[in-house]
Write a protein that binds this ligand. Sequence first.
Ligand code: ADP
Length: 528
Amino acid sequence: MNRTLPPNLSEARFDQALDAWRAIVGAAQVLSSPDALDGYRDPFAFASQPEFAVTDASAAIRPASVDEIRAVLRVANQYRIPLWTVSTGRNFAYGGAAPRLTGSVVLDLQRLDRILAVDETLAYALVEPGVSYFDLHAYLRDKGYRLWVDPPAAGWGSVIGNTLERGFGYTPYGDHAAQQCGMEIVLANGDVVRTGMGGIDTGTAWQLYKPGYGPSFDPMFMQSNYGIVTKMGVWLMPAPPAYLLGEIQCRHEHDLGAIVETLRPLRLDETIRNHAVIEGGLRRAAGLGARRQWYDGPGPMPESALVAMLDALGVGRWNLHYALYGTPELIDARQAIVQRAFASVRDASIKVSRYRGDAQPVGGADRNLAGIPSMAAFRMLDWRGGAGAHVDFSPLCPATGAHAMRQYTMTKTRAAEYGFDYYGGFTAGARHLHHVFAAIFDRHDAQQSELAGQLLRVLISDARAAGYGEYRAHLGYMDFAAAQYSFNEGALLRLSETIKDALDPAGILSPGKQGIWPKAWRNRRGYT
Ligand code: ADP
């Protein structure tokens, strides 16, 4: 296999840079052989498909401290080698740990894995990039802190990586970006900045008050390539005395509109405070078994097979998962309101289970709503068989029934044209829904993989035509998704790139992330 080199760099110069990095972090922490770099490829990529940037890193470096990061950065600046920062690199379905620009060196921060502070009174933690949701959850439990984490769908990812990508979970703290307070960032020039109240070096309120004094910068470091985040504060939910898990099953396809219309007022007035999830029936069923039990033919699962499967499994066409937290009296009062509201949805049935705050839910699926990380989401990979993979279409959806039905119908119809089932659902903020559709494919099946790639591109452009934008995108679509934000001939991206060039004139940090290309690499837009 040919060696991948950083762009515009000779092999000899690259070897010099690698030696310089070895002197900083130790030889064992500089990975450059093809085998060692296997873990830095997109786990769901496939070679035949140009849509998915099958980008290879030229090396990976695993520093263990902020000082080492700064020294690594000095070498990168000296040799003009782009660094692609990841925390734990588990951004699956969006590219994993792979870089956007081929030949970038992955700066892997998993060895910075300390939980630096937990404060039970003020309900927050301060963590380093290598801390996963599993780690933080286990730590809180072992030490007896009465605080919950808010895990995303797959609990093995890092708190920092997920928050920076604006990932979300399912408790009232489900909007991860909104629960972030205070960061430490290494800038491209090596400067170390603490945001907000962290600007006071003997500070007492870094994790308590986001704005600080003067302009606020934290959101600028989310889904951007402006810095390397080395510490982050995260607010944690005080463990409630009790909680209730509810599932409302609805039988008809068009019920989606009524569910959204019924749910929104309950989210807005905070009767339901968590990120409730409206799961499509097929997605719910995929958590229970593989597709071939129900249908093994070509094309999307036909309506008759879908209905038979849902009936056999006792799963709704749409399944709303919500939770209520607090004292038993409060939960009962809220549950009565929810029940009254959903009584108007024809044929809807409600199942609830009540738990003490320290009890675990029975059965696997809803652990996330109880603040317990899990990996149940990975079951989806078995849906179609073979080497299961998926790529996600994630448009933002206004929280109205009409918009939800429109996005669902558009997506389902297109998916069927390309031979895919509608595997999706909506996660409910108060005013918006995160609509996530996954095209599940066997990555060893060239045709299926290629169709998944084509479908994604069509879905993104359909969405744009209807006034919808993606909230997150796979590496292969970052430029395309950014181009959809085209007001005033792309003024937003121009602003992003102006800031990029000011902060990182040599274009070292994660070129191409979210479609933001520094001057040095701007001609790479659209290429790998
Ligand atoms: P996960 O937590 O799921 O393992 P990753 O580590 O893959 O997430 O991070 C997701 C994305 O977020 C990365 O591709 C990168 O663009 C960005 N990112 C992650 N960690 C950092 C960090 N510490 N500083 C800057 N950007 C980061």
